[in-house]
Ligand binder design. Structure first.
Ligand SMILES: C[S@@+](CC[C@H](N)C(=O)[O-])C[C@H]1O[C@@H](n2cnc3c(N)ncnc32)[C@H](O)[C@@H]1O
Length: 282
């Protein structure tokens, strides 16, 4: 008997950067909700913004909306991935946005001083957070704002939900084993550099930021959204180290609903986003 193909029919021939990009997960309503919450809190601090790790541009669009409502401003949208920048450029054509290829690690060489740096859903990917926070400080004007969020941090699992992720990986590994592929036992937390909110607070404070505030924002991840994040290349590499992307993504997609059945979670899996804001000293 053949296995169900987790790809939808129209996706079989998509190029890698379409199939394994971040856009599908980013199109779920809860994703806009958490990012909008953060952008609304920094939109009034000035007119010059960096959207750091802009990816396919979902957050850039929110910042642009805020700028248009206020009548002036500009956004420097920075990302190392040409494929993601390409998607963002196709999505947003505005003279108020300048797309720049580069890493957070070099930010001060990429952009002029700004009023706010918005850094959504990417800080967990950074190995040297101290260095990147120092780079962000260099580009913020005195009294400027850093706003970041992530759902890959220690503390992201509401009580009783962590088991789902263990079963998700177990089910995906089982699918791969059945096809002769073994999975390394690297902890996801090690791979993705997970940090507690208190540790983030200590990191931003030692980088010289002041007034750090954070909150946990709870959302429900639908099975479809979990299948979609399981197609994102960086997620697949973190969850299933050294497994080829295509089969790793297949394994994660078909494992979502089985793992939900295993742990008897129905409808969706609750999850926290960390929303974090701090200031550059005035
Ligand atoms: C999950 S996506 C988030 C995209 C966007 N910020 C959002 O929330 O929709 C993570 C992005 O981080 C980018 N990224 C990875 N490493 C980076 C680094 N060292 N500096 C800047 N961006 C990085 C990736 O290319 C990817 O586009």
């Amino acid at each position: 008997m053949s296995e169900p193909n987790p790809l939808r029919n129209d996706e079989v021939s998509l190029p890698d950067h379409e199939r394994f990009g971040f856009s599908r997960f980013a199109s779920h309503p809860f994703f806009e909700e958490v990012n909008r919450w953060l952008v609304e809190r920094v939109a009034s601090v000035g007119s010059r913004f960096v959207d750091l790790a802009c990816g396919p541009g979902a957050v850039t669009e929110l910042i642009l909306q805020a700028i248009r409502e206020r009548g002036r401003g500009l956004v420097y949208a920075v990302d190392p991935s040409l494929a993601e920048l390409d998607r963002a450029r196709r999505r947003i054509t505005s003279q108020l946005v300048q797309f720049i290829q580069g890493n957070a690690e070099n930010l001060s060489r990429l952009v002029p001083p700004v009023d706010a740096v918005v850094f959504c859903n990417a800080i967990h990917l950074i190995n040297d957070k101290t260095h990147v926070l120092a780079e962000i400080r260099k580009v913020l004007r005195a009294g400027g704002t850093l706003a970041f969020n992530t759902t890959f941090f220690k503390g992201c699992y509401p009580p009783g939900t962590e088991r789902f992720y263990r079963y998700w990986i177990l089910r995906a590994a089982q699918y791969l084993r059945e096809r002769g592929i073994s999975v390394l036992r690297t902890s996801k937390e090690e791979t993705l550099q997970w940090v507690t909110p208190e540790e983030y607070s200590a990191l931003v404070t030692s980088a010289g930021f002041v007034e750090p505030t954070w909150r946990l924002h709870e959302v429900t991840l639908s099975p479809e959204s979990l299948e979609d994040i399981g197609q994102f290349s960086l997620f697949v590499r973190g969850a299933l180290p050294q497994v080829p992307l295509e089969i790793g993504a297949d394994a994660l997609a078909q494992a979502v609903r089985k793992a939900m059945d295993d742990v008897k979670i129905q409808g969706g899996v609750p999850r926290f986003w960390l929303q974090f804001i701090a200031k550059s000293p005035a």
